[in-house]
Design a protein around this ligand. Structure first.
Ligand SMILES: [Zn+2]
Length: 472
């Protein structure tokens, strides 16, 4: 037998085997094609709203009523069940109150026809500190759950609270919802983020792997929790909500009011005040309470183009888009010795850089509203990149009547170390002329760092004193 005929026999054998093997191995023939299952379309949404507490959805329900009317599908995620605070209807508190509020939220959304609603198990945490909320919620497991919900619901757009520290309501849980939603926006499309969710099943009844697919959401928009309207102007679309719904014949904002009526444990007196009014009076009240005002959003980012102030769905077409890994710019250069603001303000500066959100509005100088008569804490990083220990002096300039409690003076920072420091300032009561006012205008606080008689950094903060404010 020649080499050539041997080769021919091998080739024929290979072709015959190659043709026969799949059919005999799997016991089927070419024309017998099995269709493999696809993701469940009932859970696909166009908009995923991510908020912190039952009733937070009211920040967006007038827009959602309009979007639903236009055929959009909507899902809502709550970070917590809202178990803190007073109960306006009964004796239940804490976890029992949370159990009630979950039902109130589901009812509120059901009035609009929204049934895909998830609670991811965070604990209602009353402060202005987003990092305290993230720690209290359990950042890791909740992020995994939110990424899972994004992959399950495949939203075109995510709507959530603006992540930032501002003078305003500024609830740490609201900020945490915005932080987690942004993280999920950037991670859900990444096949190596929570990879156990996106691998195929290994067993017939797979108990561990979700068998989801990565999903890159196309746009993220924020709504601010702040009073500084000036810095949010023209940073996103303004949406009219006075149009009339095809399904209910009511204005969209009016549907939002009806939806809100489910939150009786939070606002019974307010809800009851509506029940005594005529339609005409409700329209007046709707305008004065802000329900019928246009909804203002801030564009976080779009991976499909479109303009900043254009419609939320501008540029969005059906189907998946490729995963977009964020290109993170380098940390800004520093001198060898520096004093910088730490805490949430520092976190947000890094967060904006890490998530491609450097254009996101934020106050300069940083700001916060605090309860008069309380304490302002100024967290600081003292950086020493030199080869030897260094002495850093911290001095504070305060408005009249404010007093440094602790944290000013001289501090030694070891070589090549970043040390955490903290200045505490006792805040005065509201001045007698303003004792009945709810707040006084924000005032500036300055921390000056010096080493060897030379300035190494200045930290400024604008602080507004209020009759009432969440803890810092
Ligand atoms: Zn809330």
């Amino acid at each position: 037998m020649t080499m050539r005929s041997l080769k021919a026999i091998f080739l024929v054998g290979f072709l015959v085997l190659g043709f026969l093997t799949p059919a005999s191995a799997f016991g089927c023939f070419a024309q017998d094609v099995k269709t493999l299952p696809v993701p469940d379309e009932r859970y696909k949404v166009d908009i995923l709203l991510v908020v912190a507490h039952p009733d937070d959805e009211a920040a967006a329900t007038s827009y959602l009523a309009r979007a639903l009317d236009e055929g959009k599908r909507v899902g809502v995620v709550y970070g917590t069940r809202g178990s803190s605070g007073a109960n306006d209807t009964g004796t239940e508190q804490a976890a029992a109150l949370g159990a009630i509020r979950e039902i109130e939220a589901r009812r509120a959304l059901a009035t609009l026809g929204i049934r895909n609603v998830w609670f991811v198990g965070g604990r209602d945490t009353a402060s202005q500190d987003v990092l305290a909320s993230l720690a209290s919620w359990g950042h890791g497991p909740i992020l995994a759950e939110l990424v899972r919900i994004v992959r399950l619901t495949r939203p075109e757009v995510i709507l959530t609270f603006l992540p930032g520290t501002f003078i305003g309501e500024d609830h740490g849980d609201h900020q945490a919802a915005g932080v987690l939603a942004t993280e999920a926006f950037d991670l859900a499309g990444d096949p190596v983020a929570f990879p156990e969710q996106v691998t195929g099943p290994m067993r017939r009844l797979e108990p561990f792997f979700d068998n989801l697919r990565p999903w890159q959401t196309k746009k993220i928009y924020y709504f601010p929790d702040a009073t500084r309207e000036d810095i949010f102007k023209a940073k996103g679309p303004t949406i009219e909500v006075t149009g009339i719904s095809k399904s209910t014949n009511l204005p969209y904002w009016r549907m939002a009011v009806d939806s809100f009526r489910s939150h009786e444990t939070q606002a019974k007196a307010y809800i009851d005040s509506f029940s005594k009014l005529s339609e005409e009076e409700i329209t007046k009240k709707g305008a004065s309470d802000g329900w019928s005002q246009p909804q203002e959003y801030v564009l976080g980012k779009s991976l499909v183009g479109g303009s900043v102030t254009g419609d939320i769905f501008e540029g969005i077409t059906p189907g998946a888009i490729a995963f977009a890994r964020v290109a993170v710019p380098a940390e800004p250069a520093r001198t060898d010795l520096s004093v910088e603001l730490a805490g949430t303000w520092d976190f947000y500066a890094k967060f904006r850089r890490a998530h491609g959100l450097e254009q996101l509005p934020h106050p300069e100088p940083p700001e916060i509203a605090l309860q008069a008569g309380g304490t302002l804490v100024i967290p600081l990083w003292l950086r020493n990149e030199t080869e030897s220990a260094q002495e850093i002096k911290l001095a504070v300039d305060l408005p009249a009547g404010w007093k440094v409690e602790s944290g000013a003076g001289n501090f030694r920072v070891a070589a090549k170390q970043v040390a955490a420091a903290r200045i505490e300032v006792s805040l005065p009561a509201l001045p007698p002329a303003d004792a009945n006012a709810k707040k006084v205008d924000a005032q500036e606080v300055t921390v000056r760092g010096e080493a060897g008689g030379k300035p190494i950094g200045t930290v400024k903060l604008r602080v507004e004193l209020r009759k009432k404010a969440l803890p810092q």
